[in-house]
Design a protein. Sequence first.
Length: 356
Amino acid sequence: MQSSSTPNPLPAQNVAAIDGLFEDAGLARSLRGHAAGLARRRRFERAAPEELSQTAPAPRVAPNGVQWLPVQGWEKFDWLWHGFSTRRGGESRAYCPGDAPGELNLGFTPEDSPETVVRNRRLLAAALTGNQATPLVTLRQIHSNALVLIEAPDAARERPCKADGLMTDRPGLLLAVQTADCIPVLVADRKRRAVAAFHAGWRGTVKRIVESGVGRMRLEFGSHPEDLAAAIGPGIGACCYAVGEEMLSSFESQFAYARELFREVCDADPVRAKYPMLFLTQCAPGHSPIGTSLHLDLAEANRRQLLAAGLKPRSIQLVGGCTSCQPDLFFSHRASQGRAGRMLSAIGIRADAGRR
């Protein structure tokens, strides 16, 4: 008859392996003497909002008054058009005080007139290319990883495709994506002279739109990652992008490095810190401006995708600027509670590139 006895403990290497699995999932195993089950999530690095904020560079002012952000160093690509718009320099009055100059809303929003937006788009085309008649190809963005190869720009302009990424090797047109907090990413193939523009909100980022886009450029143009240069434009920064646990779960389901993209950000308001009960709300976790909240670095998430796609770190530039922190320079959907214009991030191959 077999005698009952205490089971032999697991070998140390097995315990270490189990702990490793918990760590990959962002969890910690309960230790003896504590309650059974999964004790807690690992803590995140903590930061103050000002530590995470990135100031945008001074915009360039075009002769027609449009203010836009170039990518440092890309001026050496004499075959390339590119730029990230701001809200300054247009004709829209839908989102500015009555005595303020007009603004550069480039999205067909309910508050603005289509005629004004069309004039603003012509102003941007003139600022970036010197010709307001340069075709500007945009999309009906759906927060996806869908990509479109542009071969017939006139058809695309008449009936925009539903997608969140554009690419072409055709000279003489601008590809553009709209943003008002999401991350715009521009990519240029320095050897094959092909370009792409991606709209990366958090949903598109989870779906790996940028990583997939680089793969599509390899397929369509024969691009090699080491020949690509990328620029990540202004979007909502980790300083302001408070999110909930459900978003953390979405990223953890897709990326081994997901937890490196999040920070716990502390409310720096001394009055709220001293009298927290006065500021209690019924907001869901991550959506209240009070206390410690979880923040996502969406620009870094897309930089990591570019690295995973094979781009060299020195070929990736962060233009900088938080759309929520700098409402005087950028439109922000979150900062304006949903009533905001749109910016365009554009890239193209010069019409005379073949003769250069």
